[in-house]
Design a protein. Structure first.
Length: 132
């Protein structure tokens, strides 16, 4: 993920993994609780964050790409003035190619930080919100 996405969530209260029409913005207290739970899952090894280098790759903020270990992929578009839309990819060739691309990104230090660096960056970045 991008640290910029964390900033957007913390400043707007909108989850970009949910359709904007499906929820009200989270309160600042709720955002902090969600952030603490995210960090706790990372500490337990239940979630392994991979931070993308924002100067190397760009994904529009209107788009959320969710890729799961079982190779399921979901694309979510949140465009202004456009009803929520999503796409679950069921064509195996596209899913496989996207899965290979995600693995390539995860393992390519030109585009991503290591798991250890990502966790450190996430914790440092999150702290500024938890301290307020």
């Amino acid at each position: 993920f991008f640290l910029k996405g964390l900033d957007l969530f913390m400043s707007t209260g909108l989850s970009f993994e949910l359709p904007r029409e499906a929820h009200e913005p989270f309160s600042m207290e709720e955002r902090k609780i969600i952030l603490k739970r995210l960090l706790a899952k990372c500490d337990k090894g239940e979630l392994i964050p991979i931070v993308l280098k924002e100067n190397r790759i760009t994904i529009p903020t209107e788009m959320t790409l969710c890729h799961y270990d079982n190779d399921d992929s979901i694309f979510i578009w949140n465009l202004p003035n456009v009803p929520f839309s999503s796409c679950i990819i069921e064509v195996s060739e596209i899913r496989n190619n996207f899965s290979e691309f995600m693995l390539y990104l995860k393992n390519n230090r030109e585009y991503t930080y290591t798991e250890e660096e990502s966790l450190k960056l996430l914790k440092e970045h999150a702290q500024k919100y938890l301290d307020n």
